[in-house]
Write a protein that binds this ligand. Structure first.
Ligand code: PMP
Ligand code: GLU
Length: 385
């Protein structure tokens, strides 16, 4: 067994989600807060376009880096919505943003090189860096700074082995949204040390109140040159099962990653890419409707958690997760979630998976009924501990 592979633990987000789905299929009344996917269907116009492409015989290999029309659409989207001027040749379409990130770390990391990852973090970043032979280096933002890392925090962990820092805004699992000024301060440190900024912007459209999404690469020419921007179709258009994501970045990184992809997956599914072109074509209001539903659930869930005995919670400004702190119970997050599922039939992801064992992650990408019933059960469970 390859040592790097032997060291990986399977994704807990996917693991808990599928366990809860299986329990439901077995007739068990589970309230699941596990899923990191919107509970809406993919908008019809996107499905129609993919269906048309399928029926028109678009069933052969696509170019490795993606259909030319999709790469052009991505390049235009990044320019008009994000202020990023990547040419189509600076984009690579992959099998989900997860695959994009995997390709990036494989491309930019040499053995023993370090990638800075702010904690709490999305659980796949460190595993991907490990598989690439790199070393994840965690940095924690302070509670007073809403768990955001500062330029000083970043500066303090950079060594001569550092090759990149990951900035995930809006973030999974805590919903942090960095302001333009905060991003600029972080980016200036990265530029000074000549390291890449891997900007995971997959939740860019899911933001609340007066939060604003700023693409870090749009802040200056120097910053742009060091930024690799990651995005995808899973979250904004509820296309998790389509497996389509992309990144845009410096030409040599794109070329390297494309060569890697040419020997692993080849291009993404051809007819699915036509659906993605349609997703980027014009806003049909579906993203806005989804956002309205998320905003209502967020308010409700935050209100309930804030008033729950033994629980504290940061109000998320983006994405669709909450990360209540359950440390007052004295129980670690793995044991807490195991008991919660067994005894209260509520599925949540242990914070330990995201580098925060004091917390559990609840996704509110599920119905209000599920949220209300699940929180009733959680409250009762907390009382029983
Ligand atoms: N980045 C973050 C922060 C995520 O939460 C996810 C989870 N879906 C991804 C990337 C990857 O998404 P996908 O592979 O479905 O595009
Ligand atoms: N990213 C989502 C989550 O954090 C989906 C599952 C995954 O790919 O990790 O739950």
């Amino acid at each position: 067994m390859n040592k790097r592979i032997a060291g990986i633990s399977p994704s807990l987000t996917l693991g808990v989600t599928s366990k809860a789905k299986q329990m439901k299929a077995d007739g068990i009344d589970v309230c699941s807060f596990a899923a990191g996917e919107p509970d809406f269907d993919t908008p019809d116009k996107i499905k129609e376009m993919a269906k048309e492409a399928l029926m028109a015989g678009e069933t052969k290999y696509a170019p490795v880096a993606g259909l030319a029309a999709l790469r052009l659409a991505i390049s235009k989207k990044l320019e008009s919505e994000n202020g990023l001027s990547y040419g189509p040749d600076q984009t690579l379409v992959s099998i989900g943003a997860k695959h994009s990130l995997f390709n990036i770390f494989m491309t930019i990391c040499d053995e023993g090189e370090e990638v800075v990852i702010p904690a709490p973090y999305w659980l796949s970043y460190p595993e991907m860096v490990n598989v690439a032979g790199g070393v994840p280096v965690f940095v924690e933002g302070s509670e007073e700074n809403d768990y955001k890392i500062t330029a000083d925090d970043l500066e303090a962990v950079i060594t001569d082995k550092t090759v990149a820092v990951v900035i995930n805004s809006p973030s999974n699992p805590i919903g942090i949204v960095y302001t333009g000024d905060e991003l600029r301060a972080l980016a200036e440190v990265a530029v000074r040390h000549d390291i890449y900024i891997v900007a995971d912007e997959i939740y860019e459209k899911i933001i609340y109140d007066d939060a604003e999404h700023v693409s870090i690469g749009s802040l200056s020419c120097d910053i742009f040159n060091k930024t690799i921007t990651v995005n995808g179709f899973s979250k904004a258009w509820s296309m998790t099962g389509w497996r389509l994501g992309y990144f845009a970045g410096p030409l040599d990184v794109v070329k390297g990653a494309t060569a890697l992809q040419s020997h692993s997956t080849s291009g993404a599914t051809t007819f699915a890419q036509y659906g993605a072109i349609e997703a980027l074509r014009e806003d049909d209001g579906s993203v806005g409707k989804m956002l309205e539903a998320f905003a209502e659930r967020r308010s409700y869930m935050y209100g309930r958690l804030s008033s729950m005995e033994g629980v504290t919670c940061v109000k998320p400004m983006g994405a669709f997760y909450m990360l209540p702190n359950i440390s007052a119970t004295g129980v670690g997050s793995l044991e807490f979630c195991e008991k919660l599922l067994e005894e209260a039939k509520v599925a949540a992801v242990p914070g330990a998976a995201f580098g925060c064992d004091k917390n559990i992650r609840l996704s509110y990408a599920c119905s209000m009924e599920n949220i209300s019933e699940g929180l009733d059960r959680l409250e009762k469970f907390m009382g029983s501990l």
